[in-house]
Design a protein around this ligand. Structure first.
Ligand SMILES: *[C@@H]1O[C@H](CO)[C@@H](O)[C@H](O)[C@H]1NC(C)=O
Length: 434
């Protein structure tokens, strides 16, 4: 035997006597999850998460204007002694906890509010007219800070690094895309996000593998004609008639050109034109959204919307133009939950809240800019129930009556922390030595 062979044998012998394979994730998952949940449920911990959330709720900021929200997050991270990179994409923050080395698992929360007037009368109602956290991003921030606290208390045990991603501009601004562009997530191995959902009971968690949310684009169409007195329509090139024809013709893309077994949506959300009852206006503007579950489907819808609007305008001797807002960027990709990550998250959810409270997150044609991450690395989005009829926290997302059952927060914080810790255990430090 050569010297190298002897050395190899020696190393093997030492490993056999002093090391053991790291315990399987599942054997520990339940106690880990329960411990984390217990910590997050401690009155002081829970009160702190609620306080953070309510402060953000009262001071909502829309996409890329989340300066105070970002400041509050940073001050909480400072108090916890957690390091972070800022600014990322104007107001975004990426904090890191753990060894600083691979594997790197990321948890993401969005921070922006909606341009919407809150209609719920309660102590912590939005103080800003016309702005409201009606999509629960305030709760996402509070729960991710909760996870930060849980993780930092166990920092020395982490078998890798957890990155906490506080992201701006989810509501139509593609904040996720801009975060990725800055490169701070280039070294991340996998990422998850947890979104509150008012259709499942408080504290339940939902998920599904594969496509869960649609790829989405939006557009604005302008049809220009020639205005005239309503009594002399022959002197006009009527853009109202052209827009009406175009909008009707757009309905046939789904009903006559799309395979009935393939999901697709074309919806017009607004139509603006004219001011007086007896004047044919010079131009009309309308806008809408198109959605599909496949990239090819998105391209098809976009091309046909463009063609139909321009041609229908031409039929009426008008000129049609369509802006697909591609600098935003548009469209957003389909959100596909990574199979293995979904399975991992489901196991964590079961260990945390029990099998009976784990739900299927049914595929919808809604959208999320989290899909930009899923195009780059394994990603999965999970939903957290906040529905309690007594509290009226069953109103839809984006409703001015949207209300949150805060009892879900400890579950959310613990889920984030448990999924991160167990992911690192599974993918890092296979062998433990004494
Ligand atoms: C709903 O909220 C009320 C009021 O806080 C509480 O008493 C009740 O237990 C909650 N119900 C559930 C199912 O959590």
């Amino acid at each position: 035997m050569t010297l190298t062979r002897w050395m190899q044998l020696l190393v093997l012998l030492v490993m056999l006597t002093h090391c053991r394979w790291a315990k399987s994730v599942n054997s520990d998952l339940e106690s880990l999850s329960q411990e984390l949940l217990e910590s997050a449920r401690r009155p002081e911990f829970f009160r702190w998460m609620k306080r953070v959330r309510r402060t953000i709720h009262q001071n909502p900021e829309v996409g890329f204007e989340e300066h105070e929200t970002s400041r509050l997050i940073r001050s909480e991270l400072d108090l916890l002694g957690i390091e972070y990179v800022w600014p990322v994409a104007i107001t975004g923050i990426v904090a890191s906890i753990g060894s600083g080395s691979k594997p790197i698992f990321a948890l993401r929360a969005d921070m922006d509010a909606l341009a919407l007037q809150e209609q719920v009368e309660w102590e912590f109602k939005s103080k800003v007219d016309g702005k409201m956290h009606a999509c629960g991003h305030d709760t996402h921030v509070a729960m991710l800070l909760g996870a930060a606290k849980l993780l930092s208390a166990r920092e020395h045990q982490l078998k890798g690094t957890v990155k906490l991603v506080f992201q701006p501009g989810e509501e139509g601004y593609a904040g996720a895309y801009h975060m990725l562009k800055e490169g701070v997530l280039d070294d991340v191995d996998a990422i998850i996000s947890l979104h509150v959902l008012p259709t499942i009971p408080t504290g339940s968690i939902g998920s599904q593998a594969g496509p869960v949310l649609a790829g989405t684009g939006t557009f604005t169409a302008t049809i220009k004609g020639v205005g005239a007195h309503g009594a002399q329509p022959h002197l006009s090139r009527d853009p109202i008639l052209a827009a009406s024809s175009a909008i009707l013709a757009l309905q046939q893309i789904i009903s006559r050109e799309t395979d009935p077994l393939q999901a697709g949506v074309v919806s017009i959300g607004y139509l603006k034109g004219g001011q007086a009852r007896n004047v044919i206006p010079e131009s009309v503007e309308f806008g809408g959204t198109y959605r599909s579950l496949s990239p090819a489907g998105l391209i098809y819808l976009k091309n046909r919307i463009d063609e139909i609007i321009k041609m229908q305008a031409a039929v009426h001797q008008c000129k049609g133009e369509v802006d697909f807002m591609e600098d935003t960027p548009m469209p957003w990709p389909v959100m596909v939950n990574d199979e293995a990550l979904h399975e991992h998250g489901k196991q964590v959810a079961e260990a945390l809240i029990g099998k009976s409270k784990v739900e299927v997150f049914h595929l919808t044609m809604g959208s999320e800019d989290f899909s930009f991450y899923s195009q780059k690395i394994p990603a999965a989005i999970f939903v957290l129930g906040i529905k309690n009829e007594t509290l009226k926290s069953d109103k839809p997302l984006h409703s001015p009556y949207f209300f949150v059952d805060e009892e879900a927060f400890p579950v959310g914080a613990a889920f984030h922390a448990a999924i991160a810790i167990s992911y690192l255990e599974k993918h890092g430090g296979l062998v433990e030595c004494v």
